[in-house]
Design a binder for this molecule. Structure first.
Ligand code: NDP
Ligand code: PYR
Ligand code: MG
Length: 647
């Protein structure tokens, strides 16, 4: 359905040139010396991440047939972890020194201005001497732990969420490792700041709060030159791209170029939650204009001031981008489509699924996370998936994506064809229940859900008619699960399962408090954006966060560590099962059908391992041989935000 089996072909997996080329400036090291030192210091070439330098200095390697599995094997033996530790920024052994180099070996003032290597007051005395920092910093030397403590105290002082967001973005632009240390160690507190709901407001106001550009902006002005534009990005070894065209940002509609906050936020989660190195992540916004009149008339709008290009003009720009990405980064770069409007999202996935490693987070990631929640919830509501009836409000990317994965899973479990299992699932769109008599006017992705039924216009009537055990909101419209709707669900079910997926919080179909109150404490509830626990009748109910952030970081890691070349539906099912398995009885007892985010890196490693295992099983993995313990391997590949010492 969402993806196709690809044939097993390998790509150019040799690392590229160092960031920005091979120039150097004020440094005590000449490059060959650095390379020699790097290789011989531990006797394990590449272990400390200097593989790219080795390749640069060994033309023989560069000319090898990159499609040969032998090259894969060689590369694997030299690169720790398999997620391309090209710049020596991070390896399993953090006590080893590395060279902090940017376009040149950074030192002095530029070193303090380079977020990749800056440590602020945490530069040691020795580093201050070696890297010309004397006088550029006050005398005190502090630990990263103290920096975290201070930053958290600063951030907590801001009462306005957008101020917290801006403080976090400033930190990311100033000291990347500290940013990730903060985010990883305080994930439950900071996720709502760098991600939904606050990122939604940030996108709405992106022009006004714009300080430093983040990510790569590709607009219609760059048509015919996209490859050139990609080459302007300072990092060469990209493993994950999150791209949007800004047309459906959360449930906030068309935010044009200001949608950039979403790829930036998603990729910071790829690093914090999934352990992908920041240098391997590329946020992209494709600017084809916007139909948002408010933005078009906003002096501070940062995008093209024109209405959206469509049709051939749009398709050609996207095609040039997809082609340039593959040309520049190879076959195995993961391209995650994010927050495209559904009239483009399904077509892009279908068009590029057979030729690129593509993943649509809103269609596929959301499906995988919701299926995981449903599998976990069965322990509370009883029965198998096939015993339940599902009703959706919203029949777009999220709604039909989830519906299809549920139908697929039931089909796998029961052996009943998917055309039959779909009949357990009903969807309502802005015109009412999707039924057979509407077939001629339905968008293609809705057609499989057009079952035989009388017309039903209102959700509450659909609930009464269909009698679902599970109600899922994916309409992007807030407050649509009214008291009547929740009461109707509660009159049919002992434990109504209610998922209000729409983001941000303002678009949530109902709040946690409403769900628990209107169901008299019986609802099992989760939402796309977080809600605090609710006390009802002396009992504490903890709402889960049904958000694709549980899936995509681990899913992407699994693709990368296996060298997968295509996404397959069975990988989504594997990810769901892995996530569901992480929900403990203790979680369930509180009403939680997702595990807490505090443990997310461990969870991501479990997901990555299952996804990678599936890639090997399906013959879609190119990183050979398959590691024996995929969970341990996934964990060993993860980026650590601890500071490195600079020689
Ligand atoms: N929690 C999570 O992880 C995720 C949450 N989401 C959220 O889900 C929401 C929808 O996203 P997505 O599926 O991509 O959006 P789409 O635009 O693809 O789909 C929206 C659907 O909702 C329907 N709809 C709109 N208004 C109403 C209404 N008043 N009554 C009934 N149906 C309505 C639309 O109907 P019609 O087709 O007739 O216009 C359409 O079928 C967003 O808020 C998004 O943030 C998305 C992905 C992940
Ligand atoms: C979470 C997400 O991807 C969305 O709301 O679009
Ligand atoms: Mg999204």
């Amino acid at each position: 359905m969402f993806s196709l089996n690809g044939s097993s072909f390998l790509n150019n997996s040799l690392p590229g040139v160092p960031r920005g080329g091979l120039s150097q400036s004020r440094t005590k090291f000449a490059f060959p010396t650095v390379v020699a030192a790097a290789v011989s210091s531990n006797g394990r070439p590449g272990e400390n991440g200097n593989v790219s330098v080795l390749v640069e200095n060994n033309p023989k390697k560069e000319t090898k047939d990159a499609s040969s599995p032998v090259v894969e094997k060689e590369t694997k033996s030299k690169v720790s972890g398999g997620v391309g530790d090209v710049y020596g920024e991070d390896t399993a052994s953090e006590d080893q020194s590395i060279t902090p180099w940017t376009v040149s070996v950074a030192s002095g003032y530029p070193l303090l201005r380079d977020p990749h290597y800056n440590k602020g007051l945490a530069f040691t005395e020795k580093e201050r001497d070696a890297h010309y920092l004397r006088g550029l910093l006050p005398p005190v030397v502090v630990s990263q732990a103290l920096q975290v403590k201070k930053m958290m105290a600063n951030i907590r002082q801001y009462q306005v969420p957008l101020q917290r967001y801006m403080a976090m973005m400033d930190l990311q632009g100033r000291n990347e490792r500290l940013f990730y240390k903060l985010l990883i160690d305080n994930v439950e507190e900071l996720l709502p700041v760098v991600y939904t709901p606050t990122v939604g407001e940030a996108c709405q106001k992106y022009g006004s709060i714009f300080r430093q550009p983040q990510g790569l902006f590709i607009s219609l002005k760059e048509k015919g030159r996209i490859l050139e534009v990609l080459k302007n990005w300072p990092e060469k070894k990209i493993q994950v791209i999150v791209v949007t065209d800004g047309e459906r940002i959360l449930g906030l509609g068309d935010l044009g170029c200001q949608g950039m906050g979403i790829p930036v936020g998603k990729l910071s989660l790829y690093t914090a939650l999934g352990g992908i190195r920041p240098s391997a992540c590329l946020p992209v916004t494709i600017d084809v204009g916007t139909n948002n009149e408010t933005l078009l008339n906003d002096d501070f709008y940062i995008g093209l001031r024109q209405r959206r290009a469509t049709g051939q003009e749009y398709a050609e720009l996207l095609h040039e981008f997809m082609t340039a990405v593959k040309q520049n980064y190879g076959e195995k770069v993961l391209i995650q489509f994010e927050d495209f409007a559904n009239h483009n999202a399904f077509d892009l996935l279908a068009k590029y699924g057979p030729t690129h490693l593509v993943f649509n987070d809103d269609i596929q990631g959301t499906a995988s996370v919701v299926l995981a929640g449903l599998i976990a919830a069965l322990k509370l509501v009883g029965g198998s998936l096939a015993d339940h009836r599902f009703l959706f409000l919203g029949a777009g990317e999220a709604g039909t994506g989830i519906a299809e994965l549920i139908a697929l899973e039931i089909s796998k479990q029961t052996g009943v064809p998917v055309e039959e299992t779909r009949k357990k699932i009903w969807l309502v769109d802005s015109k009412g229940l999707i039924i057979r008599s509407r077939m001629d006017t339905l968008q293609h992705f809705k057609k499989p859900w057009a079952h035989e039924h009388e017309p039903v216009t209102h959700l509450v009537d659909a609930v009464k008619a269909i009698k679902p055990t599970v109600l899922i909101g994916s309409s992007g419209v807030g407050r649509t699960f009214t008291k009547e709707v929740v009461e109707a669900m509660s009159s049919i079910n002992k434990r109504p399962l209610i998922l209000a997926l729409s983001n941000p919080t303002s678009q949530s179909e109902c709040t946690a408090k409403e769900a628990y109150t209107w169901s008299e404490g019986r609802a099992i509830y989760a939402s796309g954006s977080p809600f605090d626990p609710v006390e009802y009748n002396g009992e504490i109910h903890v709402p889960g966060q049904a958000n694709n952030a549980y899936i995509f970081p681990g899913f992407g890691l699994g693709l990368i560590i296996s060298g997968a070349i295509r996404v397959h539906d069975d990988m989504l099912l594997a990810a769901s099962e892995a996530l569901a398995a992480q929900v403990t009885d203790e979680n369930l007892a509180k009403g939680l059908i997702f595990p807490p985010f505090s443990n997310i890196r461990k969870i991501s490693a479990q997901i990555a391992a299952k996804v990678a295992a599936k890639a090997y099983e399906l013959g879609l993995a190119t990183r050979l041989p398959e590691p024996e313990n995929l969970v341990a391997y996934a964990e060993s590949c993860m980026y650590s935000p601890s500071y490195r010492s600079y020689r």
